[in-house]
Ligand binder design. Structure first.
Ligand code: PLP
Length: 228
C-alpha cells in the first residue's frame, strides 16, 4: 500500500467514526513520523499531511530544517526538562506535560522568547507502569499550579492506551479522559481551554474518535511498520 492509499483509508475511517458517533466536528490527524525519513515525510506533506508528531527531541532537531513546508510540529513523547530549550521555538504543541518541573522549564523558556506555549497534559488513565502521565486524580491540583505560569496555555489532555488485541477493552481509557475534560471545563478556569483530546493511535483511533478524540496520533497505519 502507498502512503496515499493509507492516508485515504485513514481519512475514510475517521469520517465513518465521526458519523457513527454523530459528531459534526473535525479530527486532526497527526502523522507520527518517528523513524520515518525526511523524504517520506515530505511526500506525506505533499499529499496533505499538515501535522507531524515526533517523540524524540533529537529527531525533531535532525529533521526540522529539512521539512520544507509549514506544518505543525507536535512533541508527543516524554520530554526531559534539559531538552526543552532545543524545541521551544520549533514545536507548536507539547502533548506530554506531566510534571511541575517540566512546566516550570517550559514556562521559563517560553517567557525568555516572549511566547506562550500551548501544551496538553498527559494523563496515565490505565495507570500502566511503563507509561508516563499524571494519574487522573492528580490532574486538577496540577492544573491549579500550572495556572500561575503565565507563559503556558493548557489546551487539553493527552493519553496513551495500553495495547489491546481487542480495542473495545480500552474504550474506557478514552471515555475517562474525555470525562476528565468535562470536569475541568466545569471549573471555568481562566486561560484553560479543553480544546484538544489527543488520544488514539493506529490500533485504536476509531474507538478513540467515538469517545471524543479530536487529535489522533497515527504512525504505522500511515507509514507502515517501523524499523528501529
Ligand atoms: C509512536 C507513537 C504513536 C503512534 O503509534 P502507531 O501505533 O504507530 O500509530 C502515537 N503516540 C505516541 C506517543 C507514540 O510514541
Amino acid at each position: 500500500m502507498s502512503i496515499k492509499d493509507n492516508l485515504l483509508r485513514i481519512q475514510e475511517n475517521i469520517e465513518n467514526a465521526l458519523i457513527k458517533s454523530g459528531r459534526k466536528d473535525d479530527v486532526n490527524l497527526i502523522a507520527v513520523t518517528k523513524t520515518v525519513n525526511v523524504d517520506t515525510i515530505n511526500d506525506a506533506i505533499s499529499l496533505g499531511v499538515n501535522n507531524i508528531g515526533e517523540n524524540k527531541v533529537q529527531e525533531i532537531q535532525k529533521k526540522y530544517d529539512n521539512i520544507y513546508d509549514k506544518v505543525n510540529w507536535h512533541m508527543i513523547g516524554h520530554l526531559q526538562s534539559n531538552k526543552v530549550k532545543y524545541i521551544i521555538d520549533n514545536v507548536d504543541l507539547i502533548h506530554s506535560l506531566d510534571r511541575i518541573s517540566l512546566a516550570k522549564e517550559i514556562n521559563k523558556r517560553a517567557k525568555a522568547k516572549e511566547k506562550i506555549k500551548d501544551v496538553l497534559i498527559q494523563v496515565n488513565i490505565s495507570e500502566e507502569k511503563s507509561k508516563f502521565g499524571l494519574k487522573k486524580e492528580e490532574v486538577l491540583p496540577f492544573i491549579e499550579r500550572v495556572l500561575e505560569m503565565e507563559n503556558i496555555n493548557i489546551k487539553g489532555l493527552m493519553t496513551m492506551a495500553p495495547y489491546a488485541e481487542d480495542p473495545e477493552k480500552i474504550r474506557y481509557v478514552f471515555r475517562d479522559l474525555r470525562n476528565l475534560g468535562y470536569k475541568i471545563e466545569d471549573r471555568n478556569y481562566k486561560n484553560i481551554e479543553m480544546k484538544y483530546f489527543s488520544m488514539g493511535m493506529t490500533n485504536d483511533y476509531e474507538i478513540a474518535i467515538e469517545e471524543g478524540a479530536n487529535m489522533i496520533r497515527v504512525g504505522t497505519a500511515l507509514f507502515g511498520k517501523r524499523t528501529y
